[in-house]
Design a protein around this ligand. Sequence first.
Ligand code: ITT
Length: 190
Amino acid sequence: MEVHFATSNAGKFREAKEILGKEGMDVRHFPFVHNEIRSDSLEEVATEAVRAAYAQVQKPVFVEDAGLFIHVLDGFPGTYSAWVQKKIGNTGILRLLEGVPDRFAEFRAAIAFTADGRDVRTFVGACRGAIPKKPEGKAGFGYDPIFVPEGHSQTFAQNIQLKNKLSHRYKSLSEFSRYLQGYQKGSTKI
Ligand code: ITT
């Protein structure tokens, strides 16, 4: 089944293609730059964005809104992760956490899919972990060098194979893929 992924982020597209490709999905990149609405809810942001994407592509399409939620910072940068990454980057985040013992953080992703531009389904995934004292690794993108998933000692940027097996993106895409398989067989209605 062919489905378009509307995103401006090449890193996200690469991961989605790899993960959904293994499940037999043909993921096409729809380069999409969109001014997201302001909301603390990833699902709300993604739902609005997918309607805008459908208006352009006019084919079954999904978007994904993701972010890093740092516990001691009350979930910051959360839905503002892209902007914060551009403004202060990983160095800025590490500076905010200097001397702070609570390093707990969670990556979250919300996928929104529509086949007709009206009905929208969302799929969410999360991955718990911690922010190390310094960045490690070169793979991946964004906050990957400063995120160590729970139960592991390497950052996502040091072990991208591990990332693709347990990340927030992997989890939301897996749910989405199960849904698409039902949709294709005609057993799922949106
Ligand atoms: P879109 O065009 O798809 O919206 P974007 O980069 O603006 O691309 P988001 O609004 O979802 O995407 O922003 C999420 C930001 O959070 C993203 O730019 C990264 O900095 C960061 N991020 C999201 N997923 C990540 C991941 O798996 N690893 C590292 N950083 C991630």
